[in-house]
Every structure is written in structure tokens, then in C-alpha cells.
Design a binder for this molecule. Sequence first.
Ligand SMILES: *[C@@H]1O[C@H](CO)[C@@H](O)[C@H](O)[C@H]1NC(C)=O
Length: 319
Amino acid sequence: MYKKAPQALHATCSICFTNSVLITSYLTMSRSSITSSTRMLLVSFVLASSLVIVAYGGNFYQDFDITWGDGRAKILDNGELLTLSLDKASGSGFQSKNEYLFAEISMQLKLVPGNSAGTVTAYYLSSQGPAHDEIDFEFLGNLSGDPYILHTNLFTQGKGNREQQFYLWFDPTVEFHTYSVLWNPINIIFSVDGIPIRVFKNFESSGVPFPNSQAMRIYCSLWDADDWATRGGLVKTDWTQAPFIASFRSFSANACVWSSGTSSCSTGSGSSNDSWMSQGLDTTGQEKLTWVRNNYMIYDYCKDTKRFPQGLPIECSLA
Ligand SMILES: *[C@@H]1O[C@H](CO)[C@@H](O)[C@H](O)[C@H]1NC(C)=O
């Protein structure tokens, strides 16, 4: 429903698996009949890439492409850090090289400090096309000292209108914090520093479409949305404060990479690496979610009866 930053065409790449994905696909392949020399090759590749994990802990050169912003997006510190910048002429953005069909992803973000009113930092998963699926984190900036809003949404089969908004229990501009999405066939869990803030369960059997057939890419961008972002558009971007800068680091993924119509997880099940694929909320997670909802949630589409005069969406009445 909100305007999105431009997305570039799919990038292609040969060896761009994240380390964990590579391990998953290796485990999958080792169960099928591959030659021992291929296996040897894969073993050494997995070992080599594990070393990369230790040395670099996620690398933007390896996992992402800068897609727009004409030099405003920068990969720094040997690929460990990525900064996006926004000024009056343009914002900037990047996207994952891989497409995923189910993933547990994490990224650390440090948002635009000071007067960030009017700016939006977006971090989301999305498939392509009119019936696309999308899982959104969007951070709406504010005047110095006023709180950011963490805006979330979820599209299935092209239909969104599932906004939930939160204040955070910390100032997201001072340090890096971890924002994660667990997307498996059972549910989608949004988390902040390991604390679940939102869960969307698979209610397909009750007629609610669930994203489980379209591969998604990760997109991040920083752009101007002063027509709606801050106090509903009342507070405009102060361009004398530009350039606005948001920082990203420590990307990690347990994921099923989708490539040429096949998933790297297609025959994989039961290995210890796959536990994220069947993970839901445990009791502690449920308690934390309740704490967030009681104390930090400022908007829930499921409570907005005015907006849905014909009745709230089906999932709102399901546990
Ligand atoms: C900005 O601050 C105002 C005043 O505290 C608050 O009402 C609003 O929710 C905050 N966030 C945004 C993004 O507007």
C-alpha cells in the first residue's frame, strides 16, 4: 500500500550461497548419490567457507548487490558493513543475490540518527509480480528525541493491509540491533534482538493464503516518504540535515535457496541444521510477544474495526 523503492532486475551469480545455505545443500546432496570426488570438493568448499564465517561473519560483497542510488550505497570494512545514504536527489538500496523459499534471516541495523523525520529505512523480503508475497520491516524516522516507529506488514498473493506498528524499547540510532525474520511452512516470526514482536501463522486450511510457493529476495533501502512516514505526513524531511545514513552489518541466513526452479532444501529433512524449518513460538517466546504487544504495539490492523466495516480479516479471529 505504501510506495516502494525501485527494485532492480534479478542479478545472476554462480557461487553466491551463504555459508549456511551451502552447508544445507551439502547435507542434502550427501544423502543422494554423488561421486566421492564431488563430495570431497564440497567438503573442502564447506570448510573453506566456514573459515570465512569466522573471519568475516557475513559479507556484503558475497551475498548482496547494490542496485540503485548512484554511489550512495557503500560496502565498507572488507564487506562487513554497508551504508545507505539519502539526500534530496535520491535514496539508495541493495538486494540479496539469492532468492529464498523459506529462510531464517538476521541483519543488524543502525538507523538514521538525529532528525530522521520523513525518512524510511526498509528491510524486507519480496517475490515479484502482481500476486507477490512480502514480509516487511520498515523504520519510520522522527524528529530528534522522538521515537521511531517500526512498521511491519505482510502480503500474501498480492494482498497486504496487515500493518502492525511498534515503538522500540531502545533508541535504534545509537547502536546496531538485530532484526530477524523466521519464515518456514508453519509460521512467520518477526523478531527484534531475539524477542518476537509478531507472528503470522499458517492458516491456509482456514482460507488465509500463506507465502509458501513464491521465492523471495531480500531488499533494503533508504528513501524519502515525508508524505506519510512521520506523524502521518505532518512532519516533513529537513533536507538541511542530509545526507541521511543508515548502516547494516552481520547478515546471516539459514535458508533454502531457490534457483532454476529447485530448492537447496528440496530433499533435506531431519538433519540438525533444519530445525528452523519447523520452529514455532515456545512458551517463553509467547510471553515475550505478549510483553511487546502490551507495552510497545501502537497499531494493529486486527483491532481496526473502522477500517474493515465488512469484518476483520479471517486470521484476526484465529488463535
Ligand atoms: C514521532 O513522534 C511523535 C511524538 O512523540 C509520535 O506521535 C510519533 O508516533 C513518532 N513516530 C513517527 C514515525 O511519527
